[in-house]
Design a protein around this ligand. Sequence first.
Ligand code: AMP
Length: 283
Amino acid sequence: MKIATTIAEVRAQVAAWKKEGLTVGLVPTMGYLHEGHASLVDEAVRQCDRVVVSVFVNPTQFGPNEDLEDYPRDFDRDKALLEEHGCHLVFHPSVEEMYPEGAATYVEIHSDMPKQLCGKTRPIHFRGVCTVVSKLFNIVTPDKAFFGQKDAQQLAILRRMVRDLSYGIQLVGCPIVREADGLAKSSRNTYLNPQERQAALVLSQAVKLGQELVAQGERDAAKLVAAMSAHIAAQPLARIDYVEAVDGVTMEPVETLQGTVLVAMAVYIGKTRLIDNFIVEGL
Ligand code: AMP
């Protein structure tokens, strides 16, 4: 496994692979890797000849009062995990390498899509995500890129970006990986103290409850959301940011569950904001 810190090194390596006719997969991450990230790398290794994983805590997707400084980092541990999972090249650039002095160009979807769900409390988040992923696409020029369904709105937005900007890159969505007790794996779970870690189970419990209600025939979005919200609200350490049912492609709120619907939530457990979701298809 090679480590590259410069864009030039990545370009040279990818050019050499392409000359050999090899396909390239990209897995963008912010590091502090866990089995959720590893599952994306595993899928990339299955589908592509060579796999590039980027480890970069992207400042442009953090708001002024968010956790950019505190975001957990452990590159040595990340390297070991990536080597174990068959990654071929790790791209670990500095902020200056990715955003040279004076960088002022952003990629932004001008529709309501990035304003829904997480966009309500994180207004510049998806602009930062689209910008950094665009840059990674331009640097790595992958055939396929792998993203987790855990960040469902991010995946929907990136699908839109790829379509709108004609990136000839296939996006592959991968299922949410959970802890044994149901909590969706997240680098931010490390912020939780033992009491909060227990309280955080309300998210996956609400997902399960929602899935059960849908399986029992519930099609009224407001009723579904009310039942899930009530479960979360009963936990004193939890504060709901949102629980919503939206169209699976546009992220617009829906009244009735039909077609493909994303049921998503963001919940503060103490100071830590966690997300979870499920998708209902074929209604
Ligand atoms: P992050 O490092 O949090 O930016 O995440 C990098 C990628 O890993 C994103 O595509 C996430 O959706 C994905 N990811 C994070 N957590 C999980 C998880 N528990 N299961 C599946 N994918 C995940």
